[in-house]
Write a protein of this length. Structure first.
Length: 157
């Protein structure tokens, strides 16, 4: 009896489903990822400070105010100082009603306004007096605790 020898053929695995799964996993993790800097506004250029340290505690009930400017492509300031808060751009001197509205919302949610911290992230070119004016508006609304944010001295902008 004669036995036929056949050459073994190597079968290739179809990688298309594997690639689809990888892209779906990437998309899934990007959607559910908690971006820690979700309240950071890229239009705010923080001043450098050697004493600045990253926050050790992450408080979810803080009110984070980004104070800065709209800049052109070269980085030149093209606007008056603005407060970027909850997707709104409010001129700095007109921010009083916005912070009072936020205080009323917090009161309705049974949060103590005096214990809520207002975190201020101000552009390095914003005048100190203007930051003090925002603090005064927040105090008028009932907020008592404030923190100012600066960039660490060894970080690149």
């Amino acid at each position: 009896m004669r036995i036929k020898l056949t050459k073994l053929s190597v079968r290739e695995v179809d990688m298309t489903p594997m690639i689809d799964i990888v892209f779906q996993l990437i998309a899934f993790f990007m959607v559910i990822n908690n971006f820690e800097q979700s309240q950071v506004d890229e239009r705010v250029k923080l001043p450098r400070d050697q004493l600045a340290r990253p926050r050790e505690d992450v408080a979810e009930d803080n009110v984070v105010l980004n104070i800065g400017y709209i800049r052109d492509k070269e980085g030149n300031i093209t606007s008056q100082p603005l407060v970027f808060y909850l997707g709104e751009q409010t001129p700095l001197l007109e921010f009083g009603p916005v912070i009072q509205r936020e205080a009323r919302v917090l009161q309705r949610l049974d949060q103590k306004i005096g214990e809520t911290t207002v975190e201020i992230r101000a552009d390095g070119e914003v005048d100190t007096g203007q930051i003090q004016e925002v603090i005064r508006m927040a105090q008028d609304a009932g907020f008592l605790k404030f923190t100012l944010k600066a960039m660490q001295g060894d970080q690149e902008p």
